[in-house]
Design a protein. Structure first.
Length: 306
């Protein structure tokens, strides 16, 4: 970037330059790639910049070669200036928040736009501390979540999960993305949403519809009508399995109760059942009655065998 006029830098140090001039100086500072991370107070920084630069401001030298100054007598003041710039930039920088829902019971978080997300235990989600003006980007890494999104036609809500994108303006929907499951399931309870894989076609869901997407080959498997109350029963503490593959059953129970399972047999048969606020021991007893699986609690883990 071109060298900058000394008078302009002096006005910047005094805080007397125009907004456009201020932007010019800050762009110059950013281009120079000075070290960041200064914690010094703004007022003190400005004073030190000025006191360090003032002796070099001579009437016959209207411009300063700042590439040379970086390694010359006022290198320290320029570093301070960069610290001032980055300190102010960091104050306005949007941070990414990652939330891991604790084991035991569902959690609820509030997004920057006051939208709500209810999360199954063990779920992991990330979102910015402040949404930008045009989009609200959120990522569900794993687990299950129910989204209650505030309507904003000027700011689309985009949920990223399993290499796919769910876009809404304002609606309610459930997303199930378990680590052990080969599929992603999206169920719409209210409004309208679009679903699009990274390299696939766009699909539109209507209320009462559930979409199943293969996470491995990135293929849309089906869109069907479902009983949404059954899909979202987990929000009230009820667990429902409907021919659910055993790995998904165990992952759900691990997140719900905080126990680890040791697998000593083939998990080749699905499970069906409905469980409320029972203890883990009671749930396993009921599962033994309804299947060929057996469970042994050693204290450190629960062994699954036949």
């Amino acid at each position: 970037m071109e060298d900058i006029d000394a008078d302009l830098l002096e006005r910047y140090a005094k805080g007397k330059c125009s907004p456009s001039e201020q932007k010019q100086v800050e762009l110059w500072l950013a281009d120079e790639q000075f070290p960041e991370g200064s914690k010094i107070e703004d007022e003190r920084i400005q004073a030190e910049i000025y006191s360090a630069i003032q002796p070099h401001l001579k009437p016959i030298q209207r411009k300063i070669n700042f590439k040379w100054l970086i390694y010359g007598s006022i290198a320290a003041s320029i570093a301070l200036a960069s610290g001032f710039f980055f300190f102010n930039q960091q104050k306005h920088q949007t941070q990414n928040i990652v939330f891991n829902a604790p084991f035991g019971q569902p959690s609820t978080i509030t997004l920057p736009d006051s939208s709500k997300v209810e999360l199954q235990p063990g779920s992991k989600i990330s979102y910015p501390s402040k949404f930008d003006k045009t989009t609200r980007n959120v990522t569900l890494f794993s687990g299950e979540a129910f989204f209650i999104i505030r309507h904003n036609s000027a700011q689309a809500f985009i949920l990223n999960s399993a290499n796919s994108e769910i876009k809404v303006l304002g609606t309610r929907f459930n997303v199930r993305n378990l680590k052990s499951a080969p599929v992603l399931e999206v169920t719409l309870t209210q409004g309208k949403i679009s679903f699009q894989p990274k390299n696939g076609a766009l699909s539109i869901l209507k209320p009462g519809e559930s979409l199943t997407f293969n996470k491995h080959n990135q293929h849309l498997l089906s869109i069907t009508q479902v009983d949404t109350s059954g899909v979202t029963a987990w929000k009230t503490g009820t667990i429902r399995f409907n021919d659910t593959p055993m790995p998904e059953v165990l992952e759900t129970l691990e997140n719900r109760y905080g126990f680890k399972f040791k697998i000593s047999c083939q998990l080749d048969k699905p499970i069906s059942g409905k469980f409320g606020e029972q203890s883990i021991s009671r749930v396993l007893q009921l599962m033994e009655r309804a299947s060929d699986y057996r469970f042994k609690n050693s204290g450190k883990y629960i062994e699954v065998y036949k």
